[in-house]
Structure formats: C-alpha cells, structure tokens
Design a protein around this ligand. Structure first.
Ligand SMILES: Nc1ncnc2c1ncn2[C@@H]1O[C@H](COP(=O)(O)OP(=O)(O)OP(=O)(O)O)[C@@H](O)[C@H]1O
Length: 321
C-alpha cells in the first residue's frame, strides 16, 4: 500500500468530522474518494497532506508512520487543493520555478523538469503567459504540474472537477489516466460519484467521517451486480425454462416481463453457469443470460441516505470473509 490511514479521528469542538476513518490506497491505483457534502473528505485530505493534525489514528506512507515528522509527507505527496491561490503577477515559468525551488530544484534542472511537466499537461506554449491570464481549466492543469514538480509517490486531488465545463473535465481526466499509466498513484476526491466511476480503479465511500464501502472498482461492481436480478431472454416457449427455474434452490422469485424472465438469484457465478447449462441441456433457446447491471450511484444513494438505518458494508478483507 502506498498510503494507509488507520482509525483516524478528528473533532471540531464537539463535532466528530472523522470518526475512525480507514483508507488503504494500493500502489499504482487511481483511487476515488467519494462522499456527500460534509462527510469529512477535505478534513481527511488535510491530515494526509500534513496541513492538519488528527486527534488520533495513524497515517503510513509506503509503510512509514508519518507521525514522527511531516517532511516525508511533503516529499512523497503532491497536493492539488480545491482552490487556486493568487499568483497574479507571476508568469507560468516563474510560478513553476518558485515551486521547484521550494523543493531544492534549481537552474537548468528545474527548467527541464517543469518544461516536461508543462508539456504533459498541455501548457508548454503558455510558459511566458501570466498565470492570471489562464482559463480555469488551464490553471488547474498548472496546479497539477506544480504538484508533480518533486516527483511524489502519491498525487492527491481535492474536488478537481468543480467549476470545470464538461470538455475541460474530460481533458483533465485524460491527463490523470495518462499519469496513472506512467505509474503514478492518484487519490482523487469528489462528491459526484459519476465523476469517478469510469475513471478509478479503486473506490472508497465515506459518510459521517467513516468509510462505509471500499475496494477495487471491479470487486464493488461485482458485489453491486450480485444482488441484481438475473435477466434471461428466451426464444419461443418459456414453459420448459420456468419448470427448471422453479426447481432451482438459488431461485427466489421469478417474474416474466416484456418477454424476459427476471429471476432473483442468490447463487454465485458458478451457480449461474450451472443454471445456464441446465437450460441449454433441456434445449431451451437461451439468447440472453446476464445480471442486470447495477449502478454504483444507486448504491451510493442507498448507503449515504441520512434518513435510513445504515447498512454498513465493509471491504471483504476487513469483514474476515
Ligand atoms: N475548521 C473547522 N471548524 C469546524 N468545523 C469544521 C471545520 N472544518 C470542517 N468542519 C466540519 O466538518 C465536517 C466535514 O467537513 P469537510 O470539509 O471535511 O467535508 P467534505 O466531505 O470535504 O465536504 P464537501 O464535499 O462539502 O467539501 C463538516 O460538517 C464541516 O462543517
């Protein structure tokens, strides 16, 4: 794990902003950190970037506890905050030089490093422009280049898509994908799950200062889908299929809807394969057999609904399964 957060707690007055938060960020992942407004995302990010102290808990970077000193955090994390500072009277190259010098990178080395980064974020032809003259999307890309100046292990972005138009958001996501392909681990927070679901390899959902669901995107989508109905499409008569389905112990309910058979099926993938085989052996003309695709959004709405008794879902490893 590049970064591990264990049982992090933070109170503001009597209010528990973080209430035993755990996060595990695998190396090379693009980790989406999502939760409703006020869930504690920015508080967690401030603690992991060394801008705020936790009341208790542990932050480990590459296995090293950072409580002994914040230098390791500064070295190993590149942080893109959700706001852009005021650097009106600096040109892009001066801005990059300034941040390079903060990390002890100067002269030709600094220039070569920041020109590579500016190229990477598509700003190579803007190095003589004043920062203030850049569009919001460009400023954000500049901020990203700046956060990478010291080649950190982990890039942390807080709500990077806020205030950007769809095209700019798309371009920004493409840059993040490229960075990940080059081996960077990226942690990105958002309160909009759809922003993250097609981009991320891993996801953590936070609510009221606690992680309520986390894991690889693949695993989570599989779990979402496993509770969805099995939709079976059949050509011709459905009688034989219905007889087989009624005899199957994994089948809980059967509904015939718009030509398809929808089955609440509690089995795993192997049970699904056995059922399909039985239908084919009985010469049922199956031309569709799949779980209805689950939506991560509906799961998010369900587990972060403030009016509902919460169904707390944990990572398989944490539940000891
Ligand atoms: N300095 C502070 N003093 C008092 N309360 C605070 C402070 N910082 C944050 N909080 C409270 O802690 C809670 C968590 O805030 P935080 O900014 O971490 O949430 P968030 O998930 O980032 O929300 P958003 O998506 O709206 O940015 C909120 O209820 C907020 O009002």
């Amino acid at each position: 794990m590049i970064l591990e957060i264990k049982d992090l707690k933070k109170k503001f007055g009597k209010f528990h902003a973080l209430n035993g938060l755990d996060i595990m960020i695998p190396e090379g992942s693009l980790y989406g950190f999502v939760g409703p407004n006020g869930a504690g995302k920015t508080t967690a990010i401030k603690i992991m970037t060394g801008l705020l102290f936790a009341d208790s808990g542990q932050v480990l970077i590459n296995g090293t506890d950072v409580s002994d000193g914040l230098n390791i955090l500064k070295q190993e994390i590149g942080y893109v905050p959700d706001f852009f500072g005021v650097y009106d009277n600096l040109k892009v190259n001066e801005y990059m030089e300034f941040f390079a010098s903060c990390y002890g990178i100067n002269g030709l080395k600094a220039r070569s490093r920041y020109m590579t980064l500016l190229e990477q974020v598509g700003l190579e032809d803007k190095s003589d422009f004043y920062v203030d003259s850049l569009s919001r999307g460009m400023k954000q890309r500049l901020c990203l280049a700046r956060a990478l100046i010291h080649d950190p292990l982990l890039l942390v972005l807080d709500e990077p898509a806020s205030g950007l138009d769809p095209r700019t958001r798309f371009e920004f996501k493409e840059i993040l994908k490229e960075l990940r392909e080059q081996g960077k681990t990226i942690f990105i927070s958002s309160h909009v799950l759809s922003e993250l679901s097609e981009l991320c390899t891993d996801i953590g959902i936070i609510d009221q200062g606690k992680m309520v669901l986390s894991g690889s995107m693949e695993e989570i989508l599989r779990r979402v889908n496993a509770t969805n109905p099995l939709v079976i499409s059949i050509l011709g008569s459905k009688e034989k299929a219905l007889t087989i389905l009624k005899s199957q112990p994994c089948v809980q309910t059967i509904a015939v809807k718009e030509g398809d058979i929808r089955v609440n099926f509690i089995g795993d993938q192997q049970d699904e394969a056995i059922l399909l085989q039985q239908l084919i052996d009985a010469e049922v003309m199956v031309h569709g057999f799949s779980r209805e695709q689950g939506s991560l959004e509906s799961l998010f709405m369900q587990i972060t609904d403030p009016d509902k008794e919460k169904a707390v879902l944990v990572h398989e490893n944490e539940s000891g399964l």
